[in-house]
Design a protein around this ligand. Structure first.
Ligand SMILES: [Zn+2]
Length: 339
């Protein structure tokens, strides 16, 4: 079968790999209907993470082809959505809602879902079947639920977004934009999207942003303070993962407020004394997407939300290299790959 491999930074190719097989009785094999390129795939692409001959992709929707002997809740022929972290969904950590840190967690990135087929560990815990075969126009939104929507949603929950709150969102990639959508769904009164790209600003507004701030860094913080009577936002979503974005998020939050951080941290170091006096709550990490999947699938199935709009470029798997280039050069917000 064909699969996307990153040979080295900037070098993405299609390779032939063996058809995956059931390795454990809790595994399932899916035929991937749609996969995509993640913002986090750009870290190795840019040489900031290791990338030697790595299978790529951790977001997926598909149809079950085969199940292991112990799999009970999904069956061949089911259309399924799963998280980018496979989890048993039964251990204490999963039961508390932190499936991305399950005691049996397996990162789907190590398996590679930018491929025609994929093995899904802990199929019962990881996969959620949709009520039936989805209409084709729902597939991008269901795929978004696999990571970027679930991650934006977790960021909003971690930032304690709710009715009457003012929310600021740092980062205008797919996760930041879907953090805006989540904040809207969770009842935020005011949502400030931080973006300097008009097309992303437009989508942010469509998803529910009430204000746009183009400034970044300290100037962005000053602007957020100006918009919130000098106090800062109640809830801030951090969806980038750099020193600048993390400090921008913390400094934009009012004392007693909450930061939900989901940008994969790269060389971020927090100054202790500033953190001490900020009085803000910090919560984040790899999103436990599985916690939110049933609710997100319902919202998509009933056409109450349309997160699939973040995909502004669709390419066949064979053109994955162009997909990576388009995202790296910020010509595309998010690229959908069809095997
Ligand atoms: Zn678990």
């Amino acid at each position: 079968m064909r699969s996307v491999i990153m040979h080295a930074p900037g070098d993405v190719r299609i390779a032939e790999r063996e058809y995956p097989s059931i390795l454990k009785p809790t595994d399932a094999i899916i035929r991937v209907t749609a996969a995509c390129v993640c913002g986090s795939d750009l870290w190795p692409y840019r040489g900031l993470d290791d990338a030697a001959d790595a299978p790529m992709g951790h977001e997926y929707v598909g149809v079950i082809e085969e199940i292991g002997a112990d799999v009970k809740t999904v069956k061949p022929g089911d259309f399924v959505v799963g998280s980018f972290m496979a989890s048993d969904n039964t251990c204490e950590i999963c039961q508390a809602g932190y499936q991305s840190r399950c005691v049996h967690v397996e990162a789907m990135g190590g398996i590679g879902t930018q491929a025609e087929y994929a093995r899904i560990p802990w199929a019962d815990g990881t996969l959620v079947a949709t009520p039936g075969m989805p209409d084709p126009d729902l597939i991008p939104s269901l795929l978004a639920a696999s990571d970027v929507l679930g991650t934006g949603w977790f960021a909003a929950v971690a930032a304690e977004v709710g009715p009457g709150k003012t929310v600021a969102v740092v980062g205008d990639g797919a996760v930041g934009l879907l953090g805006v959508l989540a904040a809207r769904q969770l009842g935020a009164e005011r949502i400030i999207a931080m973006s300097r790209h008009w097309d992303r600003q437009e989508l942010a507004r469509e998803f529910g942003a009430t204000d746009i701030v183009e400034e970044r860094g300290d100037a962005g913080v000053a602007r957020i303070k100006e918009l919130t009577g000098g106090l800062g936002a109640h809830s801030v979503i951090e969806a980038v993962g750099t020193q600048e974005s993390m400090m921008q998020a913390i400094r934009s939050t009012r004392p007693g407020g909450h930061v939900g951080y989901v940008g994969v941290s790269h060389d971020v170091e927090l100054p202790g004394l500033e953190l001490f006096f900020s009085g803000v709550h910090l919560h984040g990490g790899p999103a436990p997407v599985r916690r939110f999947l049933p609710e997100l699938i319902d919202l998509i199935w009933e056409r109450k939300i349309n997160p699939g709009k973040v995909f502004d470029l669709t390419l066949p798997l064979a053109d994955a290299a162009e997909g990576y280039r388009a995202m790296d050069e910020r010509r595309a917000i998010k690229v959908l790959l069809t095997p």
